[in-house]
Design a protein. Structure first.
Length: 88
């Protein structure tokens, strides 16, 4: 439906519910056109290839640090018992 048909509906005294439905249908179609046109650009911006600014991000498995080994090599601190604490 185009705007001329909508004007004809109003001029010929079509029920307001039909005019409202026609307006909603036209607006939905227009918004769907906009979404279809904008979707590729938005998707490209969100999911597209990242711009290369220096070094790329490391792949999984590159430069894995062995923190657990470093933690095991440290000497444990001495534990103090409650009786060893100074009293005031």
């Amino acid at each position: 439906m185009d705007s001329a048909e909508l004007v004809d509906m109003v001029a010929n005294g079509a029920p307001s519910s039909e005019v409202s439905d026609a307006l909603k249908s036209m607006m939905f179609a227009k918004s769907a056109e906009f979404v279809d046109a904008a979707a590729p650009e938005v998707a490209k911006g969100i999911f597209g290839e990242p711009e290369e600014e220096g070094d790329p991000l490391p792949e999984v498995g590159d430069e894995v640090e062995q923190e657990t080994d470093a933690e095991l090599e440290q000497e444990p601190e001495q534990e103090t018992e409650v009786n060893d604490l100074p009293t005031t």
